[in-house]
Design a binder for this molecule. Sequence first.
Ligand SMILES: [Zn+2]
Length: 279
Amino acid sequence: MSIPRPQAERDMASACAGRDGWGDPAPPAHIFGNTWYVGTCGITTLLVQTPDGLVLLDGGIPQAASLVLDNVRKLGFPVKAIRWILVSHEHFDHAGAVADLQRLTGAKVIAGPNQAAMLRSGKPHPADPQAPLLLKEPMKPIKVAKTQAHGTALVAGGVSFTAWANPAHAPGSTSWTWRQCQGTECRTIAYADSTSTISADGYRFVNNPERSSAVRKGLAIIAALPCDIIITPHPSASNLFPRLSGSAPLVNPDACATYAATASQRFSERLVRETDMPR
Ligand SMILES: [Zn+2]
């Protein structure tokens, strides 16, 4: 059973009102069960307490490492209790702080099914539509302890974190799901990866059929995730703060399907625009 910690913010919408920068400090907030928000106003980092130590999901931009650790301390946890770090996708705004977080905590990084090479090198996958932009933001190399295969779970302190490869936004895009209980209510949290299909200038999905089919496949996997409580790497993409503040429902088992359907519609619109564009 979870004990909401007094240091946790109850009104995240007002705590981050007017600030959504990736490096804008946010207070820690309770989400559900033993899962906490410890990220910034613009980028999600999650903390899950288990009987065997803490699991961190994502780290934010490189400059956010100290903000994340401050939030962990504010909740009363020692930062060395962070034993595992998981990543949504291999871009600097989510994984950029992971190398420093790993160094400062001694945590093991468990890569998603198709992430290890990019996390180890700090460089984007060559098939990433944003690759030319990402090459300008290289990440410090991360030591990867192991790769979690698609559909299998890292069991940490009795909590199973299932990895779902959903290569829609990036080749290494991964969603993670785990079960949490609060009193007698148990729910599955889905940390559903980003779904935007943005790219460097001049990139055309219509000329990259393999990437386009990976997008469709990834969105189909997100649509079917076990998903009572959706959380996304950019908190606004799942309206997270109003939900944490109680002005929108936190629990919605259709949220992942809706999230994927919206992205799928946007992707279809992009393909139409690309086809109409002069070459
Ligand atoms: Zn990204």
